[in-house]
Design a protein around this ligand. Structure first.
Ligand code: CMC
Length: 425
């Protein structure tokens, strides 16, 4: 076997035994020590409980440079994609590796449109859920149930099946998201209108009613499309890792995406957008900001500044900058420019970024700090914010799942543990 270009040697100080481990380098980012042989040849496990220093796979999809505050999809800067490309084009890029040519975009759009309806039987699930269930709870149930309706494409070794399942998931998630909303507000379900764009259609299915005409507001469609691009993928975050782990056992794609939705739900992850507005409500006025920042600094207080901080970014989250600009635009066009919550958020950011606590820990606003304010301006209820995130992130989950299925090194994911329980009883 060819010797790797670079190695790292570990020494066990108690026995003097050594092991030479290969270093793996990617095209960008920090090198990694390949510890695959560590236990077999050296008798040690590695311990990294929240995976702060662990690369779990090789990937060509998304790259984050946390120190620079840079995010790339397939090598394209997020700023450029958000400015120049539609969400459907970005979806194609994430799935297939290249931005589509005109004919590819046309064919892909037609594919997604063809799959936009859901099986009528699935609607029974929405009705079965309690009327005031959280829409994320309904979504996870319905997406999980998709495997019972679309099992004709669950042969995961068959690339054609995988592609159809991928298209179905991406195409049907807006219909399911809108269904969750309609169930919650007690209005009739609205069928997709395939003459509309992906995000225009989602707005139509959420807000139109059979007794009135509904016209999609262009700025709402534009803002949603851009937010979806920003949310589409973010390398090996908690929900994506969950999808990969579920998929590594050979589970079908609908089951895997349902597992991703559950992981996204928490407040430390996709649930943060809902939590930010709750926090802004609680803070209430600019004069209360110092008191809440004091609470955020207090280790004994569980309060954290929601929408602030990130495991990987130690600089501005580039998505937050783009979204803040869009927030100005949406509020201006929709006539809510004096939204007190937006004013409060701007002041909170300004004041927090001057404090040593946030400077030393390199805590900056993340993508979710402003996304909820835009959603609210578009009339999207608070409990739907994380559902919107899930629709967009489905693209990343599906792309990452596809990549994993094609990876010759893929085996079932199976972390080990440090057992600290009773020895014998
Ligand atoms: N408010 C106050 N202090 C914070 C915050 C915050 N939002 N985030 C991190 N810290 C402190 C933390 O207490 C710790 O301080 P110390 O070193 O004194 O113990 C230090 O900063 C490092 O934080 P950490 O908890 O080790 O960081 P992490 O990488 O484990 O957590 C995070 C990342 C995003 C979960 C966390 O920053 C957080 O809870 N933020 C609020 C929730 C949020 O906005 N989540 C959305 C993330 S972006 C969208 C997405 O990916 O879904």
């Amino acid at each position: 076997m060819k010797k790797p270009a670079k190695t790292v040697t570990l020494t066990d100080n108690s026995t003097g035994k050594q092991i030479e481990l290969p270093v793996v380098t990617g095209s960008l980012g920090a090198p990694a020590i390949d510890i695959g042989r560590l236990y077999r040849d050296f008798g040690y496990l590695s311990y990294d409980p929240s995976f702060a220093s662990t690369a779990s796979c090789r990937s060509t999809i998304t790259f984050i440079d946390g120190d620079k505050g840079q995010l790339l999809y397939r090598g394209h800067p997020i700023e450029k994609l958000a400015r120049e490309n539609s969400f459907t084009e970005v979806t194609y890029l994430l799935l297939y590796g290249e931005l589509p040519e005109a004919h590819q975009r046309q064919r892909f759009t037609a594919q997604l449109r063809r799959h936009s309806m859901i099986n009528e039987g699935l609607k029974g699930f929405f009705r079965a859920f309690y009327h005031d269930a959280h829409p994320m709870a309904s979504m996870v149930g319905v997406v999980g149930a998709m495997s019972a309706y679309y099992h004709d494409v669950t042969d995961i070794r068959n690339p054609e099946h995988r592609e159809i399942a991928a298209h179905r998931l991406i195409a049907k998630l807006p219909t399911i998201a809108a269904g969750c909303h309609k169930r919650a507000v007690g209005e009739p379900f609205v069928y997709p209108d395939n003459s509309l764009s992906y995000c225009g259609n989602l707005l139509h299915m959420m807000f139109s009613v059979p007794c009135e005409d509904y016209v999609v507001e262009p700025v709402a469609e534009e803002a949603l499309d851009m937010i979806f691009t920003l949310h589409a993928d973010h390398e090996q975050n908690a929900s994506t890792s969950t999808v990969r782990l579920a998929g590594s056992s050979g589970a079908n794609p609908f089951a895997c995406i349902a597992s991703g939705i559950t992981a996204l739900w928490g407040r430390a992850h996709g649930g943060a957008n809902e939590a930010v507005l709750e926090m802004l409500d609680e803070i209430g006025t600019v004069s209360n900001i110092p008191r809440y920042l004091e609470r955020a600094r207090d280790r004994d207080d569980p309060f954290r500044l929601m929408g602030f901080g990130h495991r990987v970014y130690r600089n501005h989250d580039p998505r937050a900058r783009i979204i803040r600009t869009m927030c100005h635009k949406v509020l201006e066009r929709l006539g809510d420019i004096n939204d007190p919550a937006f004013e409060l958020a701007l002041r909170l950011e300004e004041i927090a970024l001057q404090e040593d606590y946030f400077i030393e820990r390199k805590l900056y606003p993340n993508v979710d700090f402003y996304s909820g304010l835009i959603y609210r301006a578009l009339g999207i209820p608070r409990n739907m914010f994380t559902v919107m995130f899930a629709v967009a992130r489905t693209v990343g989950w599906v792309a990452q799942w596809q990549e994993m299925m094609d990876d010759p090194q893929q085996r079932i994911g199976r972390p080990r543990q440090i057992y600290v329980g009773a020895k014998s009883r």
